[in-house]
Design a protein around this ligand. Structure first.
Ligand code: NAD
Length: 301
């Protein structure tokens, strides 16, 4: 099936990145959000980033105008009626995503594919609330979408093979390298990454190494671009905790139990970079040192 028109639901970090990547790849895109201000901000952000590409010489002024002409914003789900593909990128919440899929079902043509950018929610569970479970699929992009090369394609229990082939075409046109993953918590990337970050917190909690040494270990010993505790702060300790909780409940193995210190950090509202404190303290988004609660001397005076 030839896919030409894409409807993106959710104009946040991921939705606006997906829309940008799609228009620069030749697709016509309608970007939707329930908040008009999110739509205005996303449109401005995309125009600004395309202008930056013009300034750098990677896009001509004419190409920029063509791309922007292929982008429109619409706060109504009914705007999806002509779409060949919907990519949903709203909050990571099963009920909210299912409600969007039920709503889309009222307006979309029967051939339209429903994709979700979910990081952890079951595609089988999203497909189950539609009349087209075989046309529901995961398109897990990474942030920032126009820069990150990977697209994790996830198939639910009822996803049809020809739908995977259509998504493969879209991914190729958007310049992505694709991997195929079965519908199980975390898929491939987060199933490998998130428990590793949790284990780094465990290592810190057991006093095997300091915050800096745990991060230096993985940067210099494994060539990771960023230490696991710094990365955990960037993702958000609350998000990391929620994902581990899903793994623990869904996969039922104690090896996925959230680290005790991770739970404590979240209880204390140390969520990482976004709250200015996690394993590190932050000023204007930059780490200025280790959070002193993790280094204090326990001896009484
Ligand atoms: N942030 C990441 O690095 C990342 C990476 C991969 C996947 N994801 C996944 O992408 C999805 C979106 O994440 P994000 O970081 O872009 O979130 P975000 O909070 O930046 O954006 C979500 C947007 O969805 C809108 N929205 C919420 N409910 C809506 C509805 N019913 N209809 C229309 N719009 C609605 C909100 O107004 C908001 O603008 C999540 O499922 C997340 O797990 C995120």
């Amino acid at each position: 099936m030839a896919i030409e028109k894409i409807f993106v639901v959710g104009a946040g970090l991921m939705g606006s990145g997906i829309a940008q990547n799609a228009i620069t790849s030749g697709y016509t895109v309608v970007l939707n959000d329930q908040r008009q201000e999110a739509l205005e901000r996303a449109k401005l952000g995309i125009a600004g980033r395309l202008q930056h590409m013009v300034d750098k010489g990677t896009l001509t002024e004419e190409q920029k105008e063509e791309c922007l002409n292929r982008l429109s914003i619409d706060p109504r789900i009914a705007g999806a009626k002509d779409a060949d593909l919907v990519v949903e990128a709203i909050y990571e919440n099963l009920n909210a995503k299912q409600a969007v899929f039920e709503e889309l079902e009222k307006y979309c043509k029967p051939s339209c594919i429903f994709a979700s950018n979910t990081s952890s929610i079951s595609l089988t569970a999203l497909g189950a609330v539609t009349k087209r479970p075989e046309r529901v699929v995961g398109m897990h992009f990474f942030s920032p979408v126009p820069v990150m090369r990977l697209l994790e394609v996830v198939y639910g229990l009822r996803t049809a093979q020809n739908v995977l082939e259509d998504i493969q075409e879209v991914g190729k046109k958007m310049g992505k390298t694709m991997i195929l993953a079965k519908d199980k918590p975390g898929f491939i990337v987060n199933r490998a990454l998130i428990p590793m970050l949790n284990e780094a917190v465990e290592i810190l909690d057991e006093g095997i190494g300091t915050v800096e040494d745990v991060d230096t270990a993985m940067r210099l010993g494994c060539n990771h671009p960023m230490g696991p505790l710094a990365l955990a702060d960037m993702i958000g300790l609350d998000i990391l905790f929620q994902i581990m909780q899903v793994f623990y409940e869904d996969l039922g193995d104690t090896k996925y139990r959230p680290a005790h210190l991770l739970r404590k950090m979240v209880t204390a509202r140390y969520y990482g970079r976004k709250t200015g404190a996690g394993f590190y303290l932050y000023e204007n988004g930059k780490a200025i040192g280790v959070n002193p609660v993790l280094t204090r001397d326990h001896a009484l005076a």
